[in-house]
Design a binder for this molecule. Structure first.
Ligand SMILES: *Cc1c(COP(=O)(O)O)cnc(C)c1O
Length: 462
């Protein structure tokens, strides 16, 4: 399997190079040159596999011989042995036939662990094979940073530096990052906003000499390895419903920000998994919901919400979907993206828009509606949703036709977002792993938001 750029200007590269490249050198995103198509027979066989076995099969299709199967198996087994649930991503049935796919049983209680546990081990493996130190640099609004740090802490050949906006992440997120005392982890708490952090990272990566000298690598959701890891649980969840003899149409509702998670579902569908519709749930930052409804992709005004991990205006993985929507035509993608840069919008019309609406349903969830959904599920089903998952549940309730089934992806444990839960006077008991973080010493440096200051910190750390 080779990988190409959505903009067509990168000659085909292998899996490891694609992982290391992150963003494609021509500014596009890397995609498989050709998607594997799975037969019904193969899917039947896969239905019997455990989560790690299934992940191994999915990855095998995309890695080829670049990583020997025994090594790949060890990477996968190590990555999912850190999960607290034996199913890794269990499917829960609520009382009246609603289904929740719980993706938060990893070390940091958010779904990003599923991809970042694997990516951390993969980076460490690559570092060993290439005999070089990998420096990971990233910015986070909360979940990615905690998850990425947990994925690489204490691992040989890797150093990680994560920037987060000072006192602008949830308390649990801050503690998850800053109570880590491994020598290969540096937390910089930046005076400024998440956007400031992201801008600094972007500019440091654009400094090509600096980037190459320190082998700087990214961990954001444009990395193809993250998407592949996330495709696995769509298969896994579909099979668990099939085990129960469910023969209705199956939809998935996905709390969406950067479009990575839902794109993984789209990929699974294109590989042949008979998913019906993907329901795209957004919060009040609803660029993607507006796109599905009227074909206009245009950032709106930024809104603060109860689901901060979805507070995103420009979805970094959207270009991958655009590529398939254009029939894998990289020239068309390039001209759409050029127009987006120049005019700040993309318009999809006619048959292409019909295709978008066949692929996705979409619903944008208001702040009050999000909290109402948390209260409703708590009262009716005795099930506590975190505010991101609540957006997925609200969208599912709006868009699931009678007699059909939707699986709501639960992207975080409610304990991570207690600030929102408390607004509805619901008291939860924290899992012991989270409770234990309070009162632990914190390791972070508070720094000003300039490139020079960050660079200085990095040079000392590297
Ligand atoms: C990152 C995140 C999302 C959004 O996922 P995307 O892949 O960016 O669409 C949703 N919920 C939680 C809790 C997250 O951390």
């Amino acid at each position: 399997m080779k990988y190409v750029s959505t903009r067509g200007q990168v000659s085909p590269i292998g899996f490891i190079d694609a992982v290391l490249m992150g963003l494609a050198d021509d500014g596009g995103l890397l995609v498989p040159e050709q998607l594997p198509k799975l037969s019904e027979d193969l899917l039947k066989k896969w239905q019997k596999l455990s989560y790690p076995e299934l992940a191994l099969e999915v990855f095998s299709l995309y890695v080829n011989e670049e990583i020997p199967r025994a090594d790949l198996k060890k990477l996968v087994d190590d990555s999912y042995s850190t999960f607290r649930h034996e199913d890794v991503t269990p499917v829960r049935r609520l009382d009246d036939g609603r289904y929740v796919l719980e993706l938060f049983h990893g070390p940091t209680f958010a779904f990003k662990d599923i991809a970042l546990q694997f990516l951390g081990n993969l980076y460490s493996y690559i570092s060993g094979k290439t005999n070089s130190i990998i420096h990971i640099l990233g910015a986070t609004s909360g979940d990615t940073g905690a998850s990425a740090i947990e994925g690489v802490r204490g691992k040989e050949g890797i150093r990680i530096c994560i920037l987060h906006p000072h006192q602008k992440v949830s308390k649990v997120q801050e503690l998850q990052m800053t109570t880590v005392d491994d020598a290969n982890v540096l937390n910089l708490s930046v005076e400024g906003t998440f956007d400031d952090c992201q801008r600094i990272i972007k500019e440091l990566f654009a400094d090509v000499e600096f980037k190459h000298r320190y082998h700087l690598r990214a961990i954001n959701s444009i990395n193809i390895a993250r998407i592949l890891a996330q495709a696995v649980y769509y298969f896994y969840a579909y099979f668990r419903l099939a085990d129960q003899g469910i023969s209705e149409k199956v939809h998935f509702s996905v709390p969406t920000g950067n479009f990575g998670d839902i794109f993984a579902g789209y990929l699974a569908k294109r590989m042949g998994l008979p998913i019906d519709r993907l329901i795209l749930a957004t919060n009040e930052n609803n660029i993607l919901a507006r796109f599905v409804q009227d074909g206009v992709y245009q950032p709106g005004e930024f809104r603060g919400t109860h689901s901060p991990s979805m507070d995103i205006q420009v979805a970094s993985n959207f270009e991958r979907y655009l590529y398939y929507l254009c029939g894998e035509n990289s020239q068309a993608v390039t001209s759409f993206m050029a127009r987006f840069k120049a005019e700040g919008r993309i318009d999809i019309i006619g048959d292409a828009l019909k295709q978008v609406q066949a692929d996705f349903g979409a619903y944008s969830v208001g702040n009050e509606e999000c909290l109402d959904t948390i209260s409703e599920y708590h009262e009716k089903y005795g099930y506590l949703l975190d505010p991101h998952t609540a957006c997925g549940a609200a969208a599912s309730d709006k868009l699931t036709p009678p007699g059909e089934v939707t699986v709501v992806l639960s992207t975080a444990h409610p304990a991570k977002f207690d600030e929102a839960i408390q607004l509805r006077h619901i008291h939860q008991t924290y899992p012991e792993q989270i409770q234990a973080l309070f009162g632990m010493p914190q390791f972070q440096r508070v720094v000003g938001g300039t490139n020079e200051e960050i660079k200085k910190e990095l040079l000392t750390f590297f």
